[in-house]
Design a binder for this molecule. Structure first.
Ligand SMILES: Cc1cc2nc3c(=O)[nH]c(=O)nc-3n(C[C@H](O)[C@H](O)[C@H](O)COP(=O)(O)O)c2cc1C
Length: 203
């Protein structure tokens, strides 16, 4: 059984402009491995709330994993720990991850639980696993047409590395604000990128 966790970081979830590329990716994965189980985690209210004070206090106090303040964090970490392949699909919001995806990061990166702080830096406790990050954006932040900085990719790569996930592949779906032709082109380019990555990622 190959367990795939799909985390949708933006407000549109499955109605994201980039969802056809996610469906293509999942179909490709099923093509390589018929024994796929897909778990969806939409990062939206009421399930996902911004980390409250009780959570912040429990993190700083290094409270036990069973502390009630860690309930949501434990659920999200459990989903991540038990997946074999991670897919994160997210828009860029003001040059970086949307607030809901940042909240997921704050629940999942937990000192003493998913990483340790050592004198030489933070060391992840989770095993590495193949990861795809599909990034939708209204404009362009990569390549010849880039006219804005991308604070999402480096940050998300660093955050995932902190818990031990290093094998991260980015797929960019850019220019989604430029009409249906631009969207179709972005999806086509994203699909080509997924196709080129697949054989090495899923075996
Ligand atoms: C609050 C907000 C901030 C945004 N910031 C950016 C940005 O910094 N750069 C960009 O290219 N697009 C930006 N966009 C546009 C979205 O990235 C774009 O509409 C994307 O296609 C949405 O994808 P989705 O359908 O997956 O939600 C922003 C959109 C919103 C709602």
């Amino acid at each position: 059984m190959l367990r795939v966790l799909v985390v949708t970081g933006g407000p549109h979830a499955r109605s994201s402009a980039g969802w056809p590329a996610v469906e293509f990716l999942l179909a490709q994965i099923r093509g390589f491995r018929p024994d796929v189980e897909v778990v969806q985690r939409a990062l939206s209210a009421p399930d996902i709330v911004l980390p409250p004070a009780a959570y912040a206090d429990a993190v700083v106090a290094r409270a036990a994993a069973g502390d009630p303040a860690f309930a949501l964090s434990e659920i999200l970490i459990g989903e991540l720990e038990t997946c074999d392949l991670l897919v994160i699909t997210t828009p860029i919001h003001n040059f970086t991850v949307p607030a809901a995806l940042k909240a997921w990061i704050d629940y999942v990166l937990r000192i003493g639980r998913t990483f340790d702080a050592t004198p030489t830096g933070k060391v992840g406790r989770l095993k590495d696993r193949p990861t795809f990050v599909l990034v939708t954006s209204g404009g362009f932040h990569q390549g010849e047409r880039a006219n804005q900085l991308d604070f999402l990719s480096g940050y998300l790569r660093y955050a995932l590395r902190t818990v031990g996930i290093d094998s991260v592949n980015f797929v960019y779906l850019q220019g989604m604000a430029y009409g249906s032709e631009a969207v179709a082109q972005a999806i086509a380019e994203g699909i080509e990128r997924i196709r080129s990555l697949m054989p090495a990622v899923v075996t």
